[in-house]
Design a protein around this ligand. Sequence first.
Ligand SMILES: [Zn+2]
Length: 344
Amino acid sequence: MIGLVNFAKEPYSVELRDIPVPEIGEEDVLLKVDAVSICGSDLHQYAGKNSWKVNYPVVLGHEFAGSVARLGNRVRGFKEGDRVASETAAVLPPDSAFIRQGLYNLDPKRLGFGYGVNGAMAPFVKVPARCLHHVPAALSLEKASLTEPCCVAYNAVCVNSHVRPGDSVAVIGPGPIGLLCAAMARLSGAGQLIVIGIPADARRLQVARQMGADTTLGEHGEDVAEWVRNFGDGYGVNLLIDAAGVSASLKLALDIVRPAGQITKVGWGPQPLNFSLDQLVQKAATLQGSFSHNWPIWEKVISLLASGKINLDLLPTRIAPLTEWSETFEEMHSGRIVKGVLKP
Ligand SMILES: [Zn+2]
């Protein structure tokens, strides 16, 4: 079969290669991939800018859905032909304390598809059955391939943050995760919903407005802190979701969060910080990290997608055959589309 392989750390070490169909174990399924969505992390690995360890050569892709082609002897609850979406924690230490806690996503020894083990940018992928979720008929497999980033956003906004109806919420960084966080905040009853970007984000900020943001800032180089000082009673916003890929956005978050408010950081940035955290102390604000997702989040997000309560039609998406991976990566990198979905 032909898969998209990231074969070295050097920039642009990605190509289509002829690779064997994976062998499966007793507790795995062989999943026939229908759709695999491109993540910012795939683009980072493509550009050689990943800060995480990659087991080269590896097939890219961790956001995917498809159907069960074959099952291991000990798999229960699924049969051939079932439509499924898959979580990302492909390998877990069997004795993990975090499995017992239901927080296996936080085990530092976990390995994910697309960097630790072969991912889904290929016609078939080997998946442990514990990763699978049934996809209802009302949800297309193309949309189901976007379950994973929706789960990242759900965990950040609906599990790791406190939003009460009417709370003001600001999202920094209108990438796919930031836009989906805005959608989750809307769903959670946010009052004023603000999405903050930079001039290069003009297109994405327009999408944010379509997805329910009341205000978007940064497109014309506005002074965001000044805007927030003139908003409401002037004390700042209740909840800040930092979904930007640079550390410096935390400075802005500290500037505009309301005393006793919360900052949830879901965006990664390898750069060191060079500012004081005194505002965190003085405002008695809560700084919360959020990473990945677990089983109950997947079940809830799939039901929200199937019922249309999360509307992915608003996200500008290109659906293309796997052979057009390079153009699709490029279009997503340039921001012309928010998401690329490949069909192997
Ligand atoms: Zn992802």
